[in-house]
Design a protein around this ligand. Sequence first.
Ligand code: PMP
Length: 428
Amino acid sequence: MTTSGDGVGSSAYAFDVERIRRDFPVLKREVNGHTLVYLDNAATSQRPVQVMAEITRFYRDSNANIHRGVHTLSVEATDQYEGVREKVRSFIGAPSASEIVFTRNTTESINLVAHAWARAFLEAGDEVVISEIEHHSNIVPWQMLRDERGIVLRHIPMLDDGTLDLDVARATIGPRTKLLAITLMSNALGTIVPVGELADLAHAHGARVLVDAAQAAPHLPIDVGELGADFLAFSAHKMLGPTGVGVLWARGELLEAMPPFLGGGDMIATVSLTESTWNEVPHKFEAGTPNVGGVIAFGTAIDYLQALDMERVRAHERELTGYALSTLARVPGVTLHGPLDPNLRGGVVSFSLEGVHPHDVGQVLDSRGVAIRAGHHCAQPVMQRLGIPATARASFYIYNTRDEVDALEEAVRETASYFGFTPGATVA
Ligand code: PMP
C-alpha cells in the first residue's frame, strides 16, 4: 500500500476513484436537478481542494512580487515559484529546471516558439510540417509565419480512423523540413500520435520537433527524452491546475540561442536608454509579472498527479474509454469518430448521433446534468476531413466512473428518442 497525501492515497493495485472524488466538491453539484456528470475534461479539468487551498494560502500568507524584493514575503514567493520549475522538470523528465518557461497556456507556448525561434532561424522555403489533427493553436501560428516569412507549411494527413498516414509522413518529412510541430494527443478524436517515430524521422533530417502536449501531459506519462521532443507545450488548467498558467519546455541550447519573445521587466540583465541585455534562461522568456499564485498552485496539481502516478492515470482512463466506446457503440444512430482501439486513444470519445445536431445532443445531455462539449473543438480541419460541422465529445479524467459512462449512454439514448430517431431514417 502506498499512501501519498490527503485524498490521493490508493493501493498499488486499485485506482481509488471514490477517494479522489472527495477532493472535487464540484462533482457533488446538482445541475438541472441531476448530480453533475462532468465529461468536458479535454476543455478544462476540475481542480481538487488541495489546489484551491494552495491559491488561498499563497494570497493569504505569502503574496508578494517575485525576483524583485529583499523582503521576506518576496523571497518566499520567489522560492515557491522557482520550486515549481523543478516539479515540472521532474514531471516531464527534462534534464534541467532552467529549461522550463512559464507562459499563459499552450497557445502562448507555441506562439513563443513561432516568434522567437522560428523567426530567428527559419528562412523562406524552409518547411514546417504539422498534421491534419492539430488544434488551431498549432496551425494558425505557422500559417501566420508562412504569410510573413514565406516558409512552406505541409501536413501529414489523417486516415479514416483518425490516425495519421505514416506513409505520407515518411514522404513529407525530408531534407527541407526544419520543424515538425505535432500533437501527442488529439483533443478532437483522442488519437495518440506515435511522436517518437516521427521525431526520429525529423531528427534524421536535422529538423526540430515541437510537441503539443496540451492533451497528453494531463493524461499520459511524459518523458521528453523518450519522446524525442525539442520543444514541449502544455497548459496547467487541463491538469488540475489554475487557468492562466502554461509551460514551454525547450532544450537548453535552443533557449540560449533564441532571442526573447516579449520585452520588459524581469527578462533583462541591463537596460540603458539605447540598449538592453538579456537575463539568463529561462527568465529571458518571462517578461513582466507572471501568474505567481497560479504557478505555485500548479505545483500542488503536479504533486497530486505524481502521487496518483501517471501510469495509473493512463490505465484508469484507458479502461474507462474502452468501456465508453463499447457502450456508446450499442446506441442506435451513434457513429464513433477516431480510433476504436483504446490503446490508440486517450480519454476522449467524439461521436455523432444520426439526425441530431451535436449542439442539440449537448443541450439535452446538459438538461440531465451530463456536461459534454459540442462543436469543432478548435480542430476545424478534422471536421472538414470527416465531412461534418461538429461532433459531440465526452472526455474523461481521474475522477470519472463507469456509472458516469452509463449516465452518458442513457442520456444519449434519451436524446435519440427525444428527437424521434429511428435507426436507418434519413437525416434531415
Ligand atoms: N492543443 C490541444 C491539443 C488542445 O487540446 C488545446 C486546448 N483545447 C490547446 C492546444 C490550446 O490550449 P490552451 O487553450 O490552454 O492554450
